[in-house]
Design a protein around this ligand. Structure first.
Ligand SMILES: *Cc1c(COP(=O)(O)O)cnc(C)c1O
Length: 360
């Protein structure tokens, strides 16, 4: 029986990957911002319509660099509903996560609750555009300005998302993305950082390359966050397929929406004025009990949905957060259904009928 997972990495035609690898062999150059990395940055800049981009070796290191530069060991206001990397990066950089609960429908940080969490130790807000759904960026920017805080967006899920006609990566002091194999666009492992302010962008840039100012001098402290040519080769082979990939995923999402239209299942509410990327298909069920039943019947049929995001990050041992009633409640009931290019109509219908039979 074929196993269906929540996602399936997109593999470009092998010949197209080989074309890129041949360039690497011809150059005899594997890393340190070679030709392919620079070309990938140029092409992504154009594809995403962003003012600048630095690609990195994963999507966690740019969060760490941003927190190192902007968080400065202080309190970071953040969301409990994200992948563990968001909170882990805060703790790893010796900052303190201060959780603020989420909006029950958008699933992003509840901007109306941020101000109450600000103290004189707060340095920054690190919020996640969950499943590619933008946070209330205007309200967050206004709060940050008023209290002189920095804003970092974990935009790991946001490849190609536009909000109010511009790339979501253009919001915040720093925005980051992940190009992990399970993400919409991927380089196997990889990521990127986006930053409009040129002096901060300069710091972010040298920080990802050991602080180098040429081979013999240093601007300051740095770490190794560089993307290699091998990663860029995968990115260059995948990028031409992105429009097609997003279109095909939209069809699957539309199909789910049309056929899972009953009161026991709620799908995510995408913020107004968003050009979404169809990166995930989360459903929120009525109870955890119901979720476990649905998960079990799917698993029995070799279909592996995933409890994204569970548990709520304020309950994870290293983060010691306050209770977050909405995030904890949603996290106990949310399930991401399989969504990937070439998920067949038969499999899709099977998933839907198993869920319907269990719930209705
Ligand atoms: C995937 C992900 C990350 C981490 O990205 P990596 O490229 O795996 O390091 C961070 N935040 C969120 C929300 C993610 O989904």
């Amino acid at each position: 029986m074929n196993q269906i997972n929540v996602t399936k990495t997109f593999f470009p035609p092998l010949e197209e990957y080989q074309v890129q690898l041949e360039r690497i062999w011809a150059n005899q150059w594997l890393t340190n911002r070679g030709e392919l990395v620079l070309e990938l940055e140029d092409k992504l800049k154009e594809y995403l319509s962003v003012s600048n981009i630095v690609v990195t070796t994963n999507g966690t290191i740019p969060l760490q660099i941003a927190l190192k530069l902007l968080g400065k060991g202080g309190e970071i206001i953040t969301t409990p509903f994200s992948y563990v990397a968001t909170t882990a990066a805060i703790v790893w950089e010796n900052c303190t996560p201060i959780f603020v609960d989420i909006h029950p429908e958008y699933l992003t940080i509840d901007e109306t609750k941020i101000e109450a969490a600000i103290t004189n130790k707060t340095t920054a807000i690190l919020a996640t555009h969950v499943f590619g759904n933008p946070c209330h960026v205007e309200a967050i920017e206004a709060i940050a300005r008023k209290h002189n805080l920095k804003v970092i967006y974990d935009a790991a899920h946001c490849f190609g998302v536009q909000y109010n006609g511009k790339s979501i990566f253009e919001y915040g002091d720093v925005s980051t993305c992940s190009f992990h194999a399970t993400k919409l666009f991927h380089t196997g492992e990889g990521g990127a950082m986006f930053c409009k302010d040129l002096s901060l962008q300069h710091k972010m840039f040298y920080s990802h390359n050991f602080g180098h100012d040429g081979p013999l001098a240093f601007h300051g402290l740095g770490i190794n966050g560089k993307m290699s040519e091998l990663q860029a080769a995968m990115g260059l082979a995948v990028l031409p397929f992105m429009d097609e990939i997003i279109k095909e995923r939209k069809n699957i999402v539309d199909y789910y929406n049309a056929h899972l239209d009953f009161p026991q299942v709620k799908s995510i509410k995408i913020r107004e004025n968003t050009n979404w990327n169809y990166s995930y298909y989360p459903i929120v069920l009525e109870s955890e009990e119901q979720l476990l039943k649905v998960e079990k019947v799917l698993n029995t049929n070799q279909i592996f949905s995933r409890r994204y995001f569970y548990p709520s990050l304020n309950t994870v041992g290293f983060s010691k957060g306050n209770k977050m009633p909405i995030a904890e409640n949603i996290a106990s009931r949310v399930l991401c259904l399989p969504l990937y290019v070439r998920l067949s109509l038969i499999d899709l219908q099977n998933i839907i009928s198993l869920i319907s039979a269990e719930l209705c």
